[in-house]
Design a binder for this molecule. Structure first.
Ligand SMILES: O=C1O[C@H](COP(=O)(O)O)[C@@H](O)[C@H](O)[C@H]1O
Length: 262
């Protein structure tokens, strides 16, 4: 088994999945901070990502994290004004970020459409790529930090971040961040990390709960490759974890299904 091989963990339902993922993430952050003094996490938007953040907010164990020594990044963002409730960062703030003592200098939101780039989403993507490059370890070939954990919600069409099946962003092999236009899920204009940037993370955790994710999960784990199923191209350098509930896991072929689930 390699780091890219998906490890599947299937929970009884989406509530338990969010709580277990929250406990896992708190532990991972605390371990990284104990080892290196800091930790870095890439957040996702979407229902499962937001449920995970809400579960951290509700957990007494959240006080074990040194929030001031945590770098937060985003895997994708809807390119709308900075206060728009559709923004992943606004939703993350509502669920958790406004309730913990983060260092604002370490909260690396993706650009918004009312920022200096205006309607030029490619310029916005390039600016975020520069911010990532500044935080990368010296000598990093790609120019992104080795994130401790990168979270991705899996969409019902197998999209991750804002990399949609068959779209140009999913084919990007050089840049770390791209502007996305004409996304099939609204809003159409977005900013996204690319698969090479995602694969620089130590651990990639893919989250999927709910019946509407069952086809996507089965397709990504067995299917046609990352161009048609972007989730299958998301893996980490140390670990690739799929955190699922039973309904999302329902169509995984039995030979891939984990032996026991909680
Ligand atoms: O639009 C987006 O959707 C995906 C998945 O969201 P979900 O609600 O179907 O779980 C999310 O991962 C991505 O960050 C977001 O921008």
């Amino acid at each position: 088994m390699t780091a890219a091989t998906p490890q599947l963990v299937v929970h009884r339902d989406k509530e338990l999945m969010a709580q277990a993922a929250a406990a896992r993430l708190i532990t991972r952050i605390v371990d990284a901070q104990a080892a290196r003094g800091t930790a870095s996490v890439v957040l996702t938007g979407g229902r499962n990502g937001n449920a995970l953040l809400a579960a951290i907010a509700a957990s007494p164990a959240r006080d074990a994290v040194d929030w001031a020594r945590l770098d937060l990044w985003w895997g994708d963002e809807r390119y709308v004004p900075s206060a728009d409730p559709e923004r992943n960062a606004v939703q993350a703030r509502d669920e958790l970020l406004a309730r913990v003592p983060l260092d604002p200098a370490r909260v690396h939101e993706m650009p918004a459409s009312d920022g200096p780039d205006g309607s030029d989403v490619e310029a916005a993507a390039a600016r975020y790529a520069e911010e990532l490059a500044k935080a990368a370890e010296p000598g990093s070939r790609l120019g992104v930090p080795a994130f401790d954990v990168l979270l991705l919600g899996v969409g019902p069409d197998t999209h991750v971040a804002s990399l949609f099946p068959g779209h140009p962003g999913v084919r990007e092999g050089e840049r770390t961040v791209v502007g996305v236009r004409g996304a099939p899920k609204p809003p159409p204009t977005r900013v996204s990390l690319t698969l090479p940037a995602i694969r620089a993370a130590r651990e990639v955790w893919l989250l999927a709960a709910g019946e509407d994710k069952a086809d996507a999960v089965a397709l990504a784990l067995t299917g046609p490759g990352e161009i048609q199923a972007p989730a299958s191209g998301a893996y980490g350098t140390a670990r690739t974890l799929w955190l699922l509930d039973r309904t999302a896991a329902a169509k995984i072929p039995p030979q891939l299904y984990p032996p026991a689930s909680a």
